[in-house]
Design a protein around this ligand. Sequence first.
Ligand SMILES: Cc1cc2nc3c(=O)[nH]c(=O)nc-3n(C[C@H](O)[C@H](O)[C@H](O)COP(=O)(O)OP(=O)(O)OC[C@H]3O[C@@H](n4cnc5c(N)ncnc54)[C@H](O)[C@@H]3O)c2cc1C
Length: 564
Amino acid sequence: MSRAARLDAMDGAAPKVLVIGGGINGASVYRELALNGVPVMLAEKSDFCAGASSALSRMVHGGLRYLENGEFDLVREALDERNRLLKNAPHLVGPLRTIVPIDSWVSGALNAPLRFLGLSKAPSRRGALPVKLGLSFYDIYTRGKGGLPPHEFWSAKTATARFPFRPGLRCAATYYDGQVSHPERVVTEIFEDVARAGCDAVALNHLEVTKIGPEVTLADRIGGREITLRPEIVVNATGAWIDRTNARAGATEDMVQGTKGAHLVLDHPELRDMLGDDMVYYENVDGRICIMFCLHGMVLIGSTDIKVPDPDKVRCEADEQAYILEGLSWVFPGMTVRADQVRHVFAGVRPLPVSGAGTTGQIPRGHFNRWTQAGLPMLSMIGGKWTTFRAFGELAADEVMARLGLTRRTGTGDLPIGGGAGFPADPEAWCKEAAAASGLSQARVATLLTRYGTLAGPLAQSFAGERELTGLPGYSDAEIDYLIAHEQVETLADLALRRMVVALAGGLDAAALEALADRLAAARGWTPTRREEELHRFRVRLATDHGADPERIGLHRKGEVAAQ
Ligand SMILES: Cc1cc2nc3c(=O)[nH]c(=O)nc-3n(C[C@H](O)[C@H](O)[C@H](O)COP(=O)(O)OP(=O)(O)OC[C@H]3O[C@@H](n4cnc5c(N)ncnc54)[C@H](O)[C@@H]3O)c2cc1C
């Protein structure tokens, strides 16, 4: 369906439910409602998955740290959801062995209960004992659930033989959690699943809800059109924007407080080779937990946790970058990072509930819903981890269906996501067969399998005769054209930052940008002037928000970045 057709279908419609926000939680509740036969529409003001849902540390995890805050129910639920995702989306979510370097035996053992009781506010060093207790909880809870191997402890000798940790290490703990390679694709595939199921549902990006009353007004940020909807219920799934969205219905209550987190993507072969397939989960100088692991051939390292008032105005600042790099040389003394090795940076805002917690780390990470009345009933989805999106969407959908007097017909607990359906037990044999059927090389089909799961089969056939694009190794003209035609790509940022793995793989340079602009301009019928404007706007954004080297991305004129 074209964008114009989607807008026509929405304008003046009266769906049972309007979901505002196309992050992971909005997509989740949309899927739950649509698959249960509830007529539903979704509007996202930016692109799908452009908020916190693409800025995460990419851990699909129980949340070892949350045990310190006494969030046992959250950790239990997150472990269940982690295990489900490993099964339902194996092309995008995989196991991640995690290493925790430990400096002392017992420190933090008393601090954790004190923090739980609200008697201690500072992040503290975690000794072997509290880590052991936390990991035992993980193992006991997941035992027999077909999950991941149990934890182990390494002696200091074993740990320092594997990693060049700083002197004074007592031991290291190892355990397994999950990682999501491309969270944006999970959201895209959820929308595609709903479309394929033929539900009475429409989702549109670049469509901002500007006013909420009995009638809802929406502004099309691409074509400039204004439309209205008359839903029976509104679900506010706008994460860190929840209060701003509720304000558009006249509400003044504060429900969320955002904390910003930033990450760096390093092109650092020494660190990458040293990490291998492991994640290091370590305390920074101030005791805050940070992470680093390899992703798409780069090293992902982060993050920070800073209260911010405006989710629209966040970027990774210089002091955050310094803090993250200080932590790296604290855990691995002597490891240096040159400025040109920081290839990409990103930041997002955690949508945490308003809380009286002393530190940002102590704010609860669980989720809950709140009903308010704004001329029509409105449900705000507050908090939540990326890992628990399915459970949160299920909870919100149940509340909405109860209010509508409807009963659940189907669940999503065992439902594969996109190309996770029929994922082969023997991927190599599967790729061999798909390569023979399509004429593409087996290596190329293997790449497509990691991106699209089993959807790679039909895609490989439709990409027959494809041509690799200059400046974009691993992507072909046919693949880019497919993404543009089928996945609601409206801007270069939609394409380069979310539909593809190119920025995070360190591959966004001037040649890549030109190639992408050519494909998108041709598909959308942009004039040469429009193409140049779009390209320039995106380059400026890459330089200001994502730490791109202006020279490398072809943003030549001096002073251009500062002037924006
Ligand atoms: C730095 C960081 C690290 C994290 N690490 C992890 C991790 O490793 N593992 C994990 O499980 N979780 C992690 N999280 C938490 C997780 O990312 C978030 O809890 C989750 O993504 C929130 O999803 P959401 O859909 O509620 O919000 P968002 O993804 O922010 O989506 C809200 C959407 O609403 C849209 N919107 C706002 N206003 C309007 C409007 N008026 N009209 C239409 N649309 C609107 C926004 O554009 C946005 O896309 C992390 C978060 C951060 C910031």
